[in-house]
Structures are given as C-alpha cells and as structure tokens.
Design a protein around this ligand. Structure first.
Ligand SMILES: Cc1cc2nc3c(=O)[nH]c(=O)nc-3n(C[C@H](O)[C@H](O)[C@H](O)COP(=O)(O)OP(=O)(O)OC[C@H]3O[C@@H](n4cnc5c(N)ncnc54)[C@H](O)[C@@H]3O)c2cc1C
Length: 437
C-alpha cells in the first residue's frame, strides 16, 4: 500500500473543498494508519457535499475493495466489498436477471457511498432508499475493531450507519437484498406538462404501475411556470435480463470543467431546448441506460465551469407542495437565479435520524455557483422549514447546521448516538464539521 498523499478535495460542483490526505489501501489493515488521525471512508467521491473528505482528515479511498464475495440466487442476495461500483455490480447481476432496487444515476458510485448516503433511485416511492435493501454490514472502526451489523446484531448501529455519512466507521462488506429485474428493456414515456403543478398531478396519477417516475422542468421560460416532461418508465415484455452498460466517458469536472460557465439563463434555455428535443419522444432503453442516465452526460456538469454549481433537494409533504412551488418561483425571480436542473420525484420511506426519506414530493435543483445562488439557498432553507420540508444532506455543500436543526427532529438523537458509540470521534469530514455532527 502506498503512503497517504496530500491533496485538495472538492465535492462535485466545487461547493465544498478541503485540504486533506488521501490513502488508497488494498488491505483492511489500513486502519492501523489511523491512530490519532481523524479519518473518513470515501467511495467514488461523487457526492455534491464534502462527505468523503475534510480539512486535515485522512480520506480512506475504498475503491480497491470491489470484490463480489457471495451470490445467492435462491434468496436473491449478494455480498460485496463496499468499494464495488454500481456499474460493476450491474455487469454481474443484469445477465443473471437481478438488479439493485435503488440506484442513483451514475455507475461509478460505490455501494459504500450508497449506504452511507442512504441514496435513492428513479422511483423512491416504489423502491424506497438504499438502506431498505441492506441486510448485513461488516463495519470496521479503529476503536471497536470489526463489527457485524444486522437486524439481529447491533441493529441500533446498523440504523446509525445507513445514512450515517461514514461517521460510524468503514463499511467493509455489505449483504444486499436484490430485486428481480422487471425487464431487460424499458419504455420511457415522456408526458408533456405545462407547469410544475401539472407535473405534480401527473406524478400522483401515474404512481400505480411505474418502475421509474420523475419529472424534468425548464425553469428558464418566462413566468417560470416550469413546462417539462414527466418520465414514466415501464419494463417491456421480453427477457428479464440485460446487457451491461457500454463504455462511457469518465466524469471528472476537476479536469474538464469549462474555464467560464455558460449555465446562465440564455445558456440554460439552449441546453433545455436540446434536452427536450432529445427526450420528447417515447424511448426504449436498455436497463443499464435507464438506470444510469448520467453515464453519457458528464458534459452537462462541465458547462457550469470552474465556479461549479450548488444542488439543493427538498422533500416536502404533498399537502404543502403547491404553496412551496409558488414560493420557489418567487425566490428565483427575486434573486435572478435560474436553475440549470430542476427535477421532481414522488417519495416514500420512513424518516428517522438524518435520513432523507418520507412521504412527499422531492424537488431537486442545481444553480450556478456564486453569491446569488448562496443567498437564494439560504432563503430556501427557511422556505423548506416553513413548509415542513427537509433538505438532503448529501446533496447540499453549504447547508448550515441551524437549517438541519430546524428540519430534522432526529438531529440531536443522531449526535447523541454517534457520540455514545465513538466518544473520540475518529471519523470526521467537511460535512460533519459543518453540521456539527
Ligand atoms: C451523476 C450523479 C447522479 C446522482 N444521482 C443520485 C440519485 O439519483 N439519488 C441519490 O440519492 N443520489 C444521487 N447522487 C449522489 C450520490 O448517489 C451520493 O452522493 C453517493 O453517496 C456517492 O457515492 P460515492 O461512492 O461517490 O461516495 P463518496 O462521495 O466518496 O462518499 C459519500 C459518503 O459515503 C461515505 N462512504 C463511502 N464509502 C464508504 C464505506 N466503505 N464505508 C463507510 N462510509 C462510506 C463517505 O464517508 C461519505 O460520507 C448522484 C450523484 C451523481 C454524481
């Protein structure tokens, strides 16, 4: 194993950065390197917040731990090392007719990142978040050694580790319940909607039989009504297995971002026009393409330039959604900010601790980085709290602790349980410091 190297880390979008050290271990003995040093496990580093690095923190890059350890088609379970990527897992599972139920949109994301971020896929109402599918974890902590976590053993620690942002230790292996692949190909029907409100109605109407269900909106139009498309994906009849994803370009904004961003209102209008022309007809996609839409679209992130972008995702109760959307439009106008990406999803699951789960509508938006966006996002925090919403911690690089305190009743319990398990607080990150976890 090579020695740690000093480097500057950035979250995707450059919203949070820190100077720390980076270690890419190939043996689990690496924890010997930790005494006295705060560390944090790290997956692919594709989070939009500084969750996998921190100032003077040793980031433990887990990607060399990427083996499949056991596969049981009878039980529909798989045991893997946590540094395995979703893409590699897909390559193994898809030809055998299985899939991971809740997959975020990029194949380089690791299983460890999915568990620690308790991430969601393209229909969180139907499939819940990643944690729902986790049966057992092997966790390594420098002061506690190796621990097995399951519903029967240390269930409290399992709960804290799912959506725990790596702060309980390093997930070495995970056993995951799989979902039979509903079809090797999917038909994605784009339903045109004239406004955000019309999309909400369509998202509610179509909940019954969708494998994928989310909406995309153009917020650069005048009046900001948010015309867009609701994507309703259903499996096609045919073989219930799929081919792996063909090769795709690496996502690396540190290398490829444009020197100056072009995601201002006119630029966004052009990008949105191109997207809507591309997406307005029904498409038949292979399961891989449907699962990882961003694999072939890394260029989108580069358009924001070196100043990057900020993302914010809120989960609001259904009853509050119409008022929330109206106020959101006013905020965009008042601050002269046009979101480059605006996506809504119906959500489900059980909220608790710091998990981004529960019944309601999720609203995700990205805006070019800078003072205007930061001021807007500060007001968004208040708007979320006023409407009973909660922001997704792994997606927002500047969310302050006070906003989380106003939105998450489980914050104090999370802090208390983490401190009880690890009084020396061996795991730290930019996110944990910002949120005073
Ligand atoms: C193109 C794109 C699309 C996305 N789409 C979605 C989406 O649809 N839904 C969604 O919810 N998210 C989405 N995300 C966000 C992404 O799923 C999460 O940020 C995820 O946590 C990133 O995983 P990673 O492997 O890059 O981990 P990192 O970013 O490196 O780390 C994320 C967190 O996981 C912890 N961690 C990583 N490995 C381990 C381990 N072995 N043990 C313990 N903790 C660990 C880290 O400490 C950190 O707290 C998307 C991101 C991108 C870039």
């Amino acid at each position: 194993m090579s020695a740690p190297v000093a480097r500057t880390f950035h979250s995707l979008g450059f919203g949070e950065s820190a100077r720390g050290r980076w270690l890419v271990p190939d043996r689990l003995r690496f924890l010997d390197a930790l005494p006295g040093v705060p560390g944090i496990p790290r997956g692919a580093g594709l989070s939009l917040a500084g969750a996998g690095f921190g100032e003077d923190v040793l980031a433990l890059d887990m990607r060399r731990f990427d083996r499949i350890l056991a596969f049981d088609p009878g039980a529909g379970t798989i045991t893997v090392e946590a540094g395995i990527t979703l893409g590699k897992l897909f390559r193994f599972l898809a030809p055998r007719g299985w899939q991971i139920a809740a997959q975020p949109g990029h194949p380089d994301i690791t299983v460890g990142g999915c568990i620690a971020g308790n991430v969601h896929g393209k229909n969180p109402l139907a499939h819940g978040c990643f944690g729902r599918w986790v049966l057992e974890l092997d966790l390594i902590h420098p002061d506690h050694g190796r621990l097995v976590l399951s519903a029967d053993e240390r269930a409290d620690l399992l709960e804290l580790t799912i959506g725990g942002f790596g702060l309980t230790g390093v997930i070495a292996t995970a056993t995951i319940l799989l979902q039979p692949m509903p079809g090797g190909r999917m038909r994605v029907e784009p339903v045109p909607v004239a406004s955000l409100e019309a999309a909400v109605e369509t998202l509610i109407d179509r909940q019954g039989d969708a494998d994928q269900l989310y909406s995309w909106h153009d917020m650069a139009t005048s009046g900001r009504r948010g015309p867009g498309l609701v994507f309703h994906g259903r499996p096609l009849n045919g073989p219930r297995s799929a081919l792996p994803l063909a090769s795709y370009p690496a996502l690396n904004p540190e290398l490829w971002a444009l020197p100056v961003g072009v995601m201002n209102r006119p630029g966004i209008a052009v990008v949105n026009l191109a997207q809507s022309l591309r997406w307005r007809r029904p498409r038949e996609l292979g399961a891989a393409e449907a699962a990882f839409p961003f694999a072939r679209l890394p260029y989108y992130f580069y358009l924001y330039g070196r100043k990057g972008f900020l993302e914010h995702q809120t989960l609001v109760p259904w009853a509050a959604a119409p008022a929330y959307l109206t106020s959101l439009r006013r905020l965009f106008d008042r601050h002269g900010v046009t979101p480059g990406l605006f996506v809504m999803k119906p959500f489900g699951g059980s909220p608790g601790l710091l998990r981004f789960e529960g019944e309601g509508l999720s609203v995700a938006l990205e805006a070019a980085g800078g003072e205007q966006a930061r001021t807007l996002f500060t007001e968004l925090d208040a708007l979320d709290a006023d409407h009973g919403g909660r922001a997704n911690l792994i997606k927002d690089a500047r969310l302050p602790a006070r906003a989380v305190a106003a939105q998450y009743p489980g914050l104090d319990e999370f802090r208390r349980r983490l401190a009880a398990f690890d009084p020396r607080r061996r795991m730290r990150s930019s996110l944990s410091r910002r949120l005073e976890l």
